[in-house]
Design a protein around this ligand. Sequence first.
Ligand SMILES: *Cc1c(COP(=O)(O)O)cnc(C)c1O
Length: 393
Amino acid sequence: MDKVIYMDNAATTAVKPEVVETMLPYFTEGYANPSSVYSFAQGVKNDMEQARETIANLLGAAKSNEIYFTGGGSESDNWALKATAEAFRDKGNHIITTKIEHHAILHTCEYLEKHGFEVTYLDVDEYGLVDPKEFEAAIKDTTILASIMFANNEIGTIEPIKELGAIAHSKGVLFHTDAVQAFAHVPINVQEMNIDMLSASGHKFHGPKGIGFLYLSNKVKIKSFIHGGSQERSKRAGTHNVPGIIGMAKAAVIAHENMSENIAKTEKIRDHIIDRVLAEIPYSRVNGDRTKRLPGNVHFCFRYIEGESMLIMLDQKGICGSSGSACTSGSLDPSHVLLAIGLPHEIAHGSLRLSITEDTTLEEADYVVDELKEIVKRLRSMSPLYEDFIKSL
Ligand SMILES: *Cc1c(COP(=O)(O)O)cnc(C)c1O
């Protein structure tokens, strides 16, 4: 096969052609700065506000002005945490998050710890689930904010967000969720799910890179994050990325129009890959919850295998996968997520994430599993540890 089989959609996705088509006129025709006064700019501004309203509606937000456009998921996460911490410092200095968050949350929390905040990192169970009772017990008088991801980017586990949000609210704690892997993939309603703040990113759902949004409930009063002009209600300065905004909204609409159908299709292929691997590759395990799981997430550990070698050999077969998250690959440390679900280092090292979409075919899935079987066999045949293990049986 000369074709690339792309199974790294948790790292980024292809922009849909319809999305590109919707964006193009905003580079060459509708290029006006939406903050300018003339009617040419006002037309562009109207289109941008329509995109904002579209996203607000898809999220079940009360008002469209609760959507703030940002430069992506990392920025939204940084903003939500740093600005809330600053705004509510008088009320308390305690923040609750989890051990399995994306680094955009974890490293922001570490930064806040250096600036006088206290952070509790909740444990998760072997499937990556946060225990609502443990969350409730961690809330103190000084707790101002909880940030718990909607779905994990490595192992795909979907957290009980509605229940966690209800607990936060019952204790007067603000609730943020990093929904970068979940928005436009699974249904989300911020009001029904007790969410005050939510981060999302265009390039994770077939929209463009470098554009995202923060849903910020009007009940939460926080300060400007990027200082400068008066864009985004003076909270996030900078000339609007109009093509990005238009494209992200279009991608969100397409995803929501076909969501239940896409979920069913993707889950079928996902479960086919998982079932085949568990049945056909010995000493393999699936990570994450089998049902509370992102439709497109497949995540394994293979004993006596080094993740990086597996990726290189898959690449030689035209298959794009990932070992852990894109941000940590390149480092030899095992994933913090796999350690948090209780895997020992030597097993965590042999991890493989395949993130698929509704366009992934059964043929592609079977090709990948067939190649993977051979690769695992070959790598184990070169491993003295595996040889010792087999002898010890
Ligand atoms: C990709 C990702 C981010 C970062 O989003 P960017 O738009 O790439 O900055 C944050 N959180 C999660 C869970 C992600 O998967």
